[in-house]
Design a protein around this ligand. Structure first.
Ligand SMILES: *Cc1c(COP(=O)(O)O)cnc(C)c1O
Length: 360
């Protein structure tokens, strides 16, 4: 750990040496047989990870790219999308739909609160929507939304697609795409997936492709019909981030060897450890009880008023890069990211470091 700063920030996260090394393999042409083999090898592993029978697109971009793709391919120009907003990331996705000329309604909850299926049921009774867009794990506040329960509501409406951002939740907390009626689940590489930044993934149902066919201007880089045309040939329309695909190949093997359910449990354990530590040191938790994230904890610092900048500086000397809170809740909260390949041992070392700073 001494040759670099260990990232405890919620993205990019610490990437294991083995994964970094996988990126240094010799380059291959993306129209070669080796590439088609690599692509074909990734598909079943990605489908397993997203728990889908359909397909998983990948593109050289961050998660934001697939936000744009999801909005453009799923929302018809004369229809509307319903965005569930309760933090920085859900807010930005709604902005992206608007920036693409889509009509957007929003159900807004206070930062730190979750959305409920009842809220969505009420909205869907009043108006028809082409899509319901929700963030699985709101990284700014440490809230996990009840994706399964909201999905049960959305699935009652034939024309409504269910779009889920699982950038910081992916494989750290339960998400069964097909079973829960999710039409798109999208993620970046650099958060819960535990890869370097630069590649994004989206599981996409057949219903989405049917919708895309009704939308004349889907853009180019994230046109799902074009991605599909290539995917069936184990390829991509333009040059993909091949090194990151090598890394994803190794990381997916490690994830499947750990076991998806074991991975969820490890994260649940990290969450419990973080809660216990926070409470026993006089901190609160920012997220509403019952919806607290498995992968990132926003610690409420409003009572205790620890010097967050001072803590981060102290921890930097110990080799840890700490978060200081996001946007309007910076300092009032700080976040401990316990996603991707974080282990209980490392987390304990981090707590011991903060304890030293606060004199606990
Ligand atoms: C970080 C994040 C994003 C944006 O992802 P990029 O890869 O930075 O584009 C979207 N949603 C959530 C929940 C995030 O945490």
């Amino acid at each position: 750990m001494s040759d670099h700063k260990y990232l405890v920030i919620p993205g990019p996260v610490e990437v294991r040496r083995e994964i970094l090394d996988a990126q240094t393999a010799w380059m291959i042409g993306h129209r070669s047989k080796e590439f088609a083999d690599l692509f074909a090898r990734l598909q079943p592993k990605l489908k397993q990870a997203f728990m889908t029978q359909y397909r998983v697109y990948l593109n050289g971009c961050s998660g934001t790219g697939f936000w744009e793709g999801a909005s453009r391919n799923c929302i018809r120009d004369d229809k509307k999308a319903l965005h569930l907003v309760g933090g920085a990331f859900s807010e930005r996705w709604a902005e992206i739909s608007t920036a693409n000329g889509k009509q957007v309604d929003v159900i807004e909850v206070a930062w730190g609160e979750a959305h409920t299926p009842e809220m969505v049921a009420d909205a869907l009774k009043k108006e028809r929507y082409d899509a319901v867009c929700v963030v699985h794990n709101e990284t700014s506040t440490g809230v996990t939304n009840p994706i399964k329960a909201i999905g049960e509501v959305v699935r009652q409406y034939e024309e409504t697609l269910y779009l889920v951002d699982t950038v910081s939740g992916f494989l750290g907390t339960e998400l069964c795409s097909d079973e829960w009626g999710v039409d798109i689940a999208l993620t970046s590489s650099q958060k819960a997936f535990g890869l370097p930044p630069g590649i994004a993934f989206a599981s996409v149902s057949d219903r989405v492709l049917d919708r895309a066919k009704e939308i004349p201007y889907r853009g180019y880089y994230f046109d799902f019909l074009s991605l599909e045309e290539s995917l069936v040939k184990n390829n991509t329309p333009s040059t993909p981030p091949i090194s990151l695909m090598f890394a994803a190949d190794v990381q997916l093997d490690a994830i499947l060897a750990e076991g998806i359910e074991n991975r969820w449990s490890r994260h649940a354990q990290l969450r419990e450890m973080t809660h216990q530590w926070a409470f026993s040191r006089g901190f609160g938790l920012f997220a509403q009880e019952g919806y607290r994230s498995n992968t990132v904890t926003a610690i409420d610092n409003r009572e205790k008023k620890m010097d967050v900048d001072g803590m981060a500086k102290f921890m930097a000397q110990k080799g840890f890069d700490m978060d200081k809170g996001y946007g309007s809740i910076k300092g009032k909260t700080f976040r401990i990211a316990h996603m991707a390949d974080m282990t209980p041992d490392v987390l304990e070392t981090i707590f011991a470091g903060i304890d030293e700073f606060i004199g606990a």
